[in-house]
Structures are given as C-alpha cells and as structure tokens.
Design a protein around this ligand. Structure first.
Ligand code: TA6
Length: 286
C-alpha cells in the first residue's frame, strides 16, 4: 500500500499507487497522465492503446490526458494544449491514510510554455485512489498580474468490453454541440448508445453520468464531475481509429471517452485566484 516511483514504458517515470483493498493506479509524470486503474478483482477500467507512443513531447493515447489551456483545436495552441505533453513534478506531499492514497503533481509556466502561451500559471493534479473510486482534481492558480482564460478537460478513456454493448446514462434533455455536423441538438433518448463515430460536447451536463458496460457482465461506472460544466463524449469509430497512428484499428471497440470538460464557456481566473475542477470515477458494480 502506498506510492512507488518506477520506470514505465520507454523508461518514462511513473507513479504506481496501490490501495489496501487491492486497487491500483498508474500515473506518468509525462502529462500527469493517469494510464491505469485496476479494480480489486483485477479488471483494468481505463483504456490504454497498445499503439501508444510514450515519447517525450507526444501525448499518450488512452487513460486520462489533462487538457489545458485549450480544448481540441479551438485556438492557436497545439491540439488539447500543452499540459499533456510536458513533464510534471511529483510533490512528495502526498498523504496516505487508511481510506485514500493521494499523489499530487505540479506543472508551472516555463520559458517553453510562455513562448506559446504568454501567461503565468500553476497547475496541480491531485489523484486519489480508494477502494471503489479514482478521483482527479485539476487546480489552476494564477500567480501572475494579468487575468488568464482557458478551456480544460480530463479526457477520460473508459475501457469497455464492446462499445456497441455499452450505454451512457444521464444525458437526457441536455443540449450538445455535435462536432461532426457542427450543429446544436438536444439529447432525446435516456440511453446514449454508440454505434458509429461520435464527438459531442454536452453543455451544462449533470454532475453524474453512468457508463453501463453490458458486454462485461454488467459493469457500471459512475462519472461524477465538479467545476467542469460540460461533458464530452467521443469514439473515433473504425475510420477515425485508422487515421490515428497511435491507436490500433480495432481498439475503438474497447473504449469510450466520457470527459469532464470546460469547453463552451472558458474559465477566467484573476491574479492570485484559483479554479478547480474534478472528476471521480466510481465502480458501482463488478
Ligand atoms: O475530446 C474529443 C476530441 O476533441 C475529438 O475531437 C478527438 O480528436 C479527440 O479529442 C482526440 O484528440 P487527440 O488529439 O488526442 O487525437
């Protein structure tokens, strides 16, 4: 039980969290990227592509990428910003008690970040592993003298046995922007089934969604979010997966992204102030 710093793929530094109940989690300092979350029964609950590159300067495909300070390609920065491709620092201040194992990682502005985003910032990602859940909280502090404005997300890839047998619950009545058709619509059906490419930003989504994976004997994961007002649902489907060099062609069947996001209205943080957003994944059954 505790946290160990180990050497991960391509020798990138990784934190290995283990809880007394038998659950584990893995976090790369590269991107503060959570790449694994295993239940006490030994089931991996996050998707991680076997084609992922694990190379400096390149995002990892799967797990929970931290998107900051720009979601997708909505601005001039690299897609999904730079937090996911930078090396974070592990603060040794994690507290370990009987209930929760916590690791805190930090990223601050540097010459390299200021060259593309001319702002001071301090990010921390606090990751908490407990018996039935994995939580990540992103905290953004503005230590500078000018206001900062950004979009952000925890771009969570959940592992499913077969996405065609999975449903997302909780989005009925929520308005979304369909990024494939560039149209605004409202989710009518209570059950969002995925049988094709999907890329949607649900605005002002409920604080709890559920992903029911009927293909794996009824596993259900609740996705609780705070501070992140939106929820993004993404699956590239076969053509999309083929176009991604770091994802195997058939892997789209094994994943669905349900992301706690702040996309539609950017966050503004005044000097010396902070913003935080969190997502807690809770294993409800199996
Ligand atoms: O969050 C959904 C999305 O913005 C999709 O449009 C898709 O491009 C995905 O993120 C993955 O982006 P990436 O840069 O990691 O390939």
């Amino acid at each position: 039980m505790g946290i160990k710093r180990v050497s991960g793929q391509n020798s990138l530094p990784q934190l290995h969290l283990s809880h007394a109940s038998g659950t584990t989690a893995e976090i790369y300092l590269h991107g503060a990227h959570i790449t694994g979350w295993r239940s006490a029964a030994g089931d991996e609950l996050l998707f991680l592509s076997r084609a992922s590159l694990f190379a400096s300067g390149t995002p990892i495909r799967g797990g929970i990428p931290v998107v900051f300070p720009q979601f997708a390609d909505t601005g001039p920065l690299p897609k999904h910003g730079f937090a996911r491709t930078r090396e974070w620092e592990w603060l040794q201040s994690e507290s370990v008690d009987g209930e929760v194992i916590r690791a805190v990682l930090r990223l601050e502005d540097s010459t390299a970040t200021r060259a593309i985003w001319p702002h001071a910032f301090r990010l921390s990602l606090s990751v908490e592993l407990s018996e039935h859940s994995l939580a990540a909280e992103l905290n953004v502090t503005n230590p500078g003298a000018r206001e900062i404005s950004f979009t952000a997300a925890l771009h969570t890839y959940l592992r499913v046995a077969d996405v065609r047998e999975s449903v997302i619950l909780g989005l009925e009545g929520v308005e979304y922007r369909d990024k494939l058709e560039e149209e605004r619509r409202t989710q009518r059906k209570p059950r969002l089934e995925i049988g094709d490419e999907v890329d949607r930003v649900y605005r002002n989504a409920p604080a709890e969604l559920r992903v029911q994976d009927d293909g794996s004997a009824g596993r259900t994961i609740a996705v609780h979010s705070r501070g992140f007002s939106d929820a993004v649902v993404w699956n590239p489907w076969i053509e999309g997966a083929r176009s991604l060099p770091d994802m195997a062609d058939e892997e789209y069947l094994e994943m669905v992204c349900v992301e706690a996001a702040r996309v539609e209205t950017p966050v503004t943080v005044r000097p010396t102030e902070s913003w935080r957003g969190s997502q807690r994944l809770e294993l409800l059954s199996r």
